[in-house]
Design a protein around this ligand. Structure first.
Ligand code: NAD
Length: 248
């Protein structure tokens, strides 16, 4: 089986680094023309130049004029909602505005982007919308209530949205990564008292003895938007090396 997305367009949000860049690289490797969105224009430009895609700087929380080139660009085969960040949310010490912003970036912004791109997705005559959720949607730990709410919300949202959009041949999915080696993971390590010990602990939690890479997630997303996954819909795919199967 060879995935060939030649002639097809994809948009990946937050694609200037980490998992989003992994998705953009993998989709481009399969032949897709990738719109590389990021809040940071320099990062968007760099990844777009590397993969022969098109930079699309913009804030997913405010899907305004920056989305116009995609709306005018014709059929969109794949929409990957990846932009996001972690938030340490100790209950009682978290600013309401921080939670509102997180939910806007992770849920209502992507909702609005999908809404605005429905015409382009319909034109593809077989499209897929993939949200990058997290294992935090399914199991959690202290200080993660805002992040877990955002990621859990995506998994629930997709179950309904896939039913709305199925008749238009638009599949809607979530992918839930475990620990993935990105800036976000490094920032998490740095937020702990002993980053080296936390890193060893995180690796040790995984039956495979390693954490994931952006390429691991990018390759899964590329498969999911490909014709080989045409009957996978309204589903959540966990990609965590076995992390969440572990009881002790
Ligand atoms: N790294 C992990 O362990 C992990 C695990 C599970 C889920 N995730 C999720 O994967 C996604 C990507 O995380 P990552 O680890 O690659 O992070 P990252 O920080 O390496 O990359 C995130 C990118 O998104 C961009 N971004 C942030 N806010 C944005 C906005 N409002 N509009 C447009 N772009 C924006 C950033 O500039 C950055 O380039 C996030 O949704 C995150 O919650 C990450």
């Amino acid at each position: 089986m060879i995935i060939d997305l030649g002639g097809k367009a994809a948009l990946v949000t937050g694609a200037g680094s980490g998992i989003g860049a992994g998705c953009a690289r993998s989709l481009a490797e399969a032949g897709a023309l990738v719109w590389v969105n990021d809040l940071d224009p320099n990062k968007a430009e760099a990844v777009a130049a590397e993969i022969g895609g098109k930079a699309l700087p913009g804030d997913v929380a405010e899907p305004s004029d920056w989305l116009q080139p995609v709306i005018e660009g014709g059929a969109l085969h794949a929409l990957v909602h990846n932009a996001g960040y972690d938030l340490i949310t100790r209950v009682g010490a978290t600013d309401r505005a921080a939670i509102d912003r997180l939910l806007r970036v992770q849920i209502s912004g992507p909702f609005e982007i999908t809404q605005r791109l429905l015409g382009s997705l319909r034109q593809a005559n077989g499209a897929a919308v993939v949200h990058i959720a997290s294992v935090q949607a399914h199991a959690s730990n202290p200080d993660a209530s805002g992040y877990a709410a955002a990621k859990g919300g995506l998994v629930s949202m997709v179950r309904s949205m896939a039913q709305d959009l199925g008749p238009d041949r638009i599949r809607v999915l979530t992918v839930s990564p475990g620990f993935i080696d990105t800036y976000l993971f490094d920032a998490y390590l740095e937020s702990t008292e002993d980053p080296d010990a936390t890193k060893a602990f995180a690796y040790g939690l995984h039956p495979l003895g390693r954490i994931g890479t952006p390429k691991d997630v990018g390759d899964l997303v590329t498969f999911l938007v490909s014709p080989y996954a045409e009957f996978i819909n309204a589903a959540n795919l966990v990609i965590d090396g076995g992390l969440t199967a572990r009881l002790y």
